[in-house]
Ligand binder design. Structure first.
Ligand code: PLP
Length: 400
């Protein structure tokens, strides 16, 4: 009999991946589902990026590369980070992997010993706590409610830090809330971190290009340069360039951490696909109009979703500042009864009701560590969003 290792039995399969699988199942049964769970751009990868990949195949760039990638990709990443975060990292401060997800996992694998604590502000991206658990660490979840814009405050950070704290994970723009930290907010968190020199910070900036404000999202590296040697900045090409299937992410940070990560990568992946590396270099170096155009499309969808949802009795949501999600407060429907007499006790009950009654798939807030909310994605067409909102409205109006 096969028995999985304890690192597997103590984690859950990703809630987003599970939701996507359930939607696929229902669709395969012929059920029409309005799918608002999608965590990836609905656009195709731009042609100039695909062409770079085809050229790489034709040129015979089909072999192992260095663990840290081709010189072209390295330069493209270091240039991008310098452009946006304002610091030039060296090539010994760079790691790459099969998506930001894999880079994050390897960072925790390279740094955590049993019992080390990782502060995870909630709502969080579903994978962080499980990644920590799988690597013998202890997630320390800090609830960050709507009253602080779903953001970690300096006081909450101070209270969560113990001598065992190894990492703080910050993700902005946030999946699932779209929250973004201002420079001043980052500096206030930075002041607490400067008093606690044993704490490292993992900044997940995978949605940095999907920003609806003026200018750019500020990175912690830019806001508090003094912390640079304790920050691992993680990013990738998945969200900005509609390249989720290419699996290419990267991290920049202190050389000793990077060396430990690259040592693990040398024994696990050797390197990400050489073809994806060529495509990613073309994405980072090439014409950025796709990024600008797609953000404008997301903005229109966000505005439609927010307006529609706020017009439904019992639901409320503030416009996301970035990423392509809305995190909707559904406290107004908790305690109500469905037409067949079942009481909606929590956001999980509500999302199941929406799937049953409205054929709309969304993800319950409890999967992100803060209820009662649900997440919708606007990485789907305006028609789908409007149809989803209308069906949700009908389902909510049918509650007693
Ligand atoms: N970080 C966050 C917050 C995400 O939402 C995602 C994808 O959903 C990732 C990381 C992973 O991105 P990648 O495709 O680069 O692994």
């Amino acid at each position: 009999e096969f028995l999985p290792a304890s690192r597997v039995t103590r984690i859950e399969a990703s809630a987003s991946v599970a939701a996507a699988a359930r939607v696929r199942e229902l669709k395969a049964e012929g059920v029409q589902i309005i799918d608002l769970t999608v965590g990836e751009p609905d656009f195709d990868t731009p042609d100039h990026i695909k062409e770079a990949a085809v050229a790489a195949i034709s040129d015979g760039q089909t072999k192992y590369t260095s663990v840290t990638g081709t010189p072209e990709l390295q330069a493209a990443i270091l240039d991008k980070v310098e452009r946006d975060a304002g610091h030039r990292y060296g090539s010994n401060q760079l790691t790459i992997g099969g998506g930001a997800k894999q880079v994050l996992y390897v960072a925790l694998m390279a740094s955590l010993n049993a019992g080390d604590e990782v502060i995870v502000p909630a709502p969080y991206w579903v994978s962080y706590p499980d990644m920590v658990l799988a690597n013998d660490g202890t997630p320390v979840i800090v609830a960050c409610g709507e009253e602080t814009g779903f953001k970690l405050t300096p006081d909450a950070l101070k209270q969560a830090i113990t001598p065992k704290t190894k990492w703080l994970i910050l993700n902005a723009p946030s999946n699932p809330t779209g929250a973004v930290y201002s420079r001043e907010e980052l500096q206030a968190l930075g002041a607490v971190l400067e008093e606690n020199p044993h704490v490292f910070v993992l900044t997940d900036e995978i949605y940095d290009e999907v920003y609806f404000g003026e200018g750019r999202v500020t990175s912690l590296v830019t806001a508090v340069p003094a912390l640079k040697d304790r920050i691992l900045l993680v990013n990738g090409v998945s969200k900005a360039y509609a390249m989720t299937g290419w699996r290419l992410g990267y991290g920049v940070g202190p050389a000793p951490l990077i060396a430990a990560m690259n040592k693990l990568q040398s024994q696990t992946s050797s390197c990400p696909s050489s073809i994806s590396q060529a495509a990613a270099a073309a994405a980072l170096n090439g014409d950025q109009s796709f990024v600008r155009d797609s953000v404008e499309v997301y903005r229109k969808r966000r505005d439609a979703a927010v307006e529609g949802l706020n017009s439904i009795n019992g639901l409320s949501v503030a416009p996301a500042e970035g990423a392509f999600y809305a995190y909707v407060n559904c406290s107004g429907v908790i305690g109500k009864a469905t037409p067949d007499g079942r009481v909606i006790e929590n956001d999980q009950d509500f999302t199941l009701y929406l799937l049953d009654a409205a054929r709309v798939a969304v993800i319950q807030g409890s999967a992100y560590g803060l209820g009662p909310y649900f997440r919708i994605s606007f990485a789907t067409s305006l028609e789908t969003i409007n149809a989803g909102v209308d069906s949700i409205r009908d389902a909510v109006n049918a509650l007693n």
